[in-house]
Design a protein around this ligand. Structure first.
Ligand code: ADP
Length: 599
């Protein structure tokens, strides 16, 4: 049996051979037929010529009454031209001359005869023969007829064997040549046949290339075809990949904005699927649980989260057991203190449970602020209570024993000092509120610095005496007038001086020195107090901050004074700096630009 490809080649060969054979047959038939027609036509011409020449000669011989040469002429030409009938006949049927002498009816010609008028030349064809009649006019005696009958069959089909043999030889040579060509082109034909078969089996773009491939043994055409299929397959794959990538790209483009937005959120966001596996986590969530974001995707949540309360809430939400949100607050100890995280867990959909969402929020700052605020309230209450208690105590003493002049003088002095302290405290708090709201305004005026320092000295002398602190004010001989907001500037100085006295132990020293420099005035408030650690030096200017120093724990304060003093000085274009050593003391340096000085 032929293989698939060979059957094509075989059928192709059979068709070609059949065409060649038919062509040979048609050619042979046409050539033989042409030959026959040519022979018939030339035979007719020959018979006509012979009839014409013989009729002329016969007329002349009959006029001269010379019958013997006439009869010889008839016999010779009849043999020479293979005539079936050749004779001269009178109108009454008397044969004057004939190829067969035995048929001659008369030896001499009659003197005359009748019945020959109107004889015309004629030519009858039929059954492979031609009958030619020619009138012979014998002057004065009448007319006779020359009758010739000859075969005009030409040659038979087989008589043309030379021609046929020639054609056969040419055909055979052609076939041999074709066989040789076939043998040489057989591999190509097999490749083409195989490719043709493959094409017939092609059922659209989903036909696998492997199905259409042909044996590479069929030659370079087959290999080229397979290569073509490979390339087509690659292009199709590439096209599919491009399509998928385009779809992914467009989908990602669609959600990229959302992803980016989620990543910029300070909140951690985790989406959890049915099996409590992470479906999505934003950057903040990965940071909160200290895991790699990519590693989180698709992994069980409990690989990254240990808080059982949160995990339980997630399970409850994801399984649809509860539709309500759960809030869990977790405080974690860290190297730098503590971190407070708030987890909000809720189902994603109200119906069709399966996904839960965890939002993680760092509320450490809020906690610290709350704590500070509470401490502040407690401190303020304490700060208010102390002067109020003193005022109340001395006011009651005055009411009971107002006539005692010594007591009265002391009471009035204490009430005066404590009232001022209260007023400063309230003023500090109001100023902080103003600064916080950004509404603090300076009402600048000419300020006599000399007056300010005298006022300060008067206010703090007694306090210094109580602690046996050496409080000194060193002013230059010429104290300038500056352009500033008097009350606020005084408030800043009050805070520095009161701190120096507050944070210096008994028997210490506090000095306030004013320096007038070319471009600025400088006030140095130095004490020999407890000093401030380097770590706290960075923070004591922050609002509500109080140094974490056990020695100072019992000293009341709000943590507002320094921040307020610095804000005020900065609003004037100056600054406050600090130089301090624990156990040695502190020096706060307040500087104001020179241009604020009055002329
Ligand atoms: P407070 O009302 O607590 O004094 P301040 O803002 O005035 O608030 O001061 C902040 C903190 O700075 C104080 O609690 C104290 O610990 C520290 N401090 C301020 N001045 C001095 C100083 N002269 N010597 C030592 N510590 C000081």
């Amino acid at each position: 049996m032929f293989t698939r490809e060979e059957s094509f080649v075989a059928s192709f060969g059979i068709v070609v051979v059949a065409i060649v054979v038919v062509l040979m047959g048609v050619t042979s038939w046409w050539i033989v037929r042409s030959q026959q027609e040519l022979m018939v036509s030339s035979r007719l011409d020959q018979v006509r010529q012979v009839a014409g020449l013989m009729s002329q000669s016969a007329e002349a011989l009959m006029i001269s009454d010379n019958l013997s040469p006439l009869r010889r002429l008839i016999v010779e030409n009849s043999q020479k031209y293979e005539l079936q009938v050749c004779r001269v006949v009178l109108p009454d049927g008397t044969i004057v001359a004939d190829a067969d002498p035995s048929r001659i009816a008369t030896t001499p010609l009659p003197a005359n005869w009748s019945g020959g008028e109107g004889i015309t030349a004629s030519e009858d064809h039929g059954a492979g023969r031609v009958a030619v009649r020619r009138p012979l006019a014998v002057a004065g005696r009448g007319e006779a007829v020359l009758e010739i009958v000859a075969d005009v069959n030409g040659i038979s089909f087989w008589d043309a064997w030379e021609t046929l043999a020639g054609i056969g030889a040419i055909g055979s040579l052609a076939m041999v040549a074709m066989l040789l060509i076939y043998r040489r082109t057989r591999s190509r034909l097999r490749a083409l046949g195989a490719i043709r078969e493959a094409l017939l089996m092609y059922k659209g773009e989903h036909t696998p290339a492997e199905f259409l491939k042909v044996s590479p043994d069929f030659g370079i055409e087959a290999q080229a075809w397979n290569e073509f299929l490979n390339e087509t397959e690659k292009l199709r794959d590439q096209h599919k990949r491009d399509e998928v990538n385009d779809r992914l790209d467009s989908r990602q483009r669609g959600t990229r904005g959302l992803d980016d937005a989620c990543d910029t959120m300070p909140y951690g966001l985790i989406l959890v699927g049915k099996e409590i596996r992470v479906q999505y986590a934003n950057g903040a969530a990965a940071a909160f649980v200290q895991a790699d974001r990519q590693a989180m995707m698709g992994s069980p949540l409990d690989q990254f989260m240990t808080q059982t309360e949160v995990l339980d809430a997630v399970k409850t939400a994801a399984t649809g057991t509860s539709r309500r949100r759960a809030v869990i607050v977790d405080e974690i100890e860290t190297d730098s203190g503590y971190t407070v995280l708030r987890y909000i867990v809720r189902p994603v959909r109200r119906t069709d449970p399966g996904d839960a969402m965890v939002i993680i929020e760092d509320i450490t700052q809020q906690r610290v602020a709350e704590k500070t605020r509470n401490e502040f309230v407690a401190q303020v209450a304490h700060e208010l209570r102390t002067p109020l208690s003193n005022i109340r105590l001395y006011a009651e003493s005055l009411l009971e024993d107002g006539d005692d002049t010594t007591l009265r003088a002391k009471a009035i002095n204490v009430i005066n000092i404590e009232t001022k302290r209260l007023a400063r405290l309230v003023s500090d708090m109001l100023s902080v509120a103003e600064i916080e709201a950004g509404s603090m305004k300076l009402s600048a005026d000419d300020v006599q610095l000399g007056d300010i320092f005298h006022e300060l000295q008067a206010d703090y002398e007694q306090q210094a005496d109580e602690k046996n602190i050496d409080l000194s004010f060193n002013l230059p001989p010429k104290v300038p007038v500056i352009h500033a907001d008097r009350d606020k500037f005084l408030m800043a100085l009050h805070n520095l001086v009161s701190n120096a006295l507050k944070y210096t132990a008994n028997d210490g020293r506090v000095s306030v020195e004013l320096q007038v420099q070319p471009n600025q005035i400088v006030v140095e408030v130095a004490d020999t107090g407890y000093g401030i650690s380097e770590e706290d030096q960075q923070k004591i200017f922050e609002r509500f901050y109080r140094a974490r120093d056990e020695r100072l724990a019992s000293i009341p304060g709000t943590g507002l004074g320094l921040s307020l003093a610095r804000e005020i000085v900065r609003l004037h274009g100056g600054d406050i700096t600090l130089d301090s050593q624990v156990g040695q003391g502190s020096t706060f340096t307040l500087s104001l630009p020179h241009h604020v000085e009055a002329a």
